[in-house]
Design a protein around this ligand. Sequence first.
Ligand SMILES: [Zn+2]
Length: 229
Amino acid sequence: MTEKAGDLLSLLDEPDAAYLDHLLYLRRLRGAIREKEAARSFVAAAAERWSRQYWDASVSAEGNALALGVKRVRTIRPAELPVLPYRAFYDASASEIRIFSAELDNVLSAQEECGRPVFSRPVLTERLIAHEVFHHLESQRGEFMDSLAASRGAAESRIWRDIGANAFANAALGSPPNQLVDLIWMMKYAPAGLSRALEELDAQTEGDAGCPVPPRRHVQAQPLENTER
Ligand SMILES: [Zn+2]
């Protein structure tokens, strides 16, 4: 294995949810890292409270969804409906969670290529359902994380809703964090974008000694095809 690819894979070994949030989602929002991190911790803390309030660890993710008022959890296969560029989706008008099996396959085959079976198919499905349950709760409560983040002075973006949904799923289901689903997908399908993301985040954190998101200069993205296993 090349040294650089090995470094990238190390992101999978000790995943830090806050670092991954900045790398994958918050990097492109305006504002200083310090301000974005303050809003991120605030949103994550709210999502963790919801997890304690609503999630029953003795029941499956689908069981939780149904108990919380989701009408149906449906797996969509490619022949059934056009596959959306999502792994999962919450349709608020139908109170339905849809899981797109083709996109699940893509994540599973990407992690197979890294040689790191981070998520089994059932675990991945549970995690995606937990993420969508959070969007269902946002709808039910009429409280959306983009507004919450904006109330803390952060740039308004739908990204905050996914930050909350991942924090909720991580609090409900533990390690490894949901953010790895997107990281693994990018390692295979968008290595150039991931490489750029790492450089941009490094540039944003550079020279800021008190930065709440420590730079990881050694990490470089390489297409997985180049790794020797
Ligand atoms: Zn989401």
